[in-house]
Design a protein around this ligand. Sequence first.
Ligand code: MN
Length: 237
Amino acid sequence: MRLLTFSAVLCALSVSLFSDEHDTPFTLADLPYPAEALEPVIDQKTMEIHHGRHHQAYVNNLNAAVEDHPSLAEMSLKDIQRHISQFDTAVRNNGGGHYNHTLFWTLMAPVGAGGSPSPALLAQIEEDFGSLEAMQQAFQQAGASQFGSGWAWLIWNGEQLQVTATANQDNPLMDVIPEDEQGYPLLANDVWEHAYYLSYQNQRGAYLEAWWQVVNWEVVNQRFAAITDATAASDED
Ligand code: MN
């Protein structure tokens, strides 16, 4: 009996270690702020449903897909995106949904708390778009003109910043995206109706414009610094 208990503990321990290392089974992290923290730009109810039901469903469905695709258990969430062509639509939709939303929550902060673009990021934005306002207009346009559901992105393509849009839960890391639209996501906005419909109804453009108030530039700055450092390092190789 004691032995059995001990082996059960060992088993639970190894499962728990495995989870930490491989993020499997995939889990839904708490929001990094209370659900009401982004009001009035994004209302509490929208955040609760979006995180607790929509994102949770992507996580549950991705975990279900691991049974058919055991190799997912050995891959990081980011690597799954980069090799998404090897998997079926369920993995593409739910693996993409989990990656996109996990990123999305970190890219927002309460109104007034998100800071502003770093000097390095601002200089790159001005070089590639002319001004911050021009980049924001391009980003809003990408989100507004994405037919149906999808995402708007600001990416680093290894040489410059670029604004793109993807359908459904696709993202710029995926190897099924056209090569000239692939890159490392710095900023992402969810333009599925579930992201804004309670407050904005069919006014996607109003949501896209208001959303800048809750962008967490500190996180965007860190992502830009990390990826351009990595790019510079690999250039030296
Ligand atoms: Mn969503």
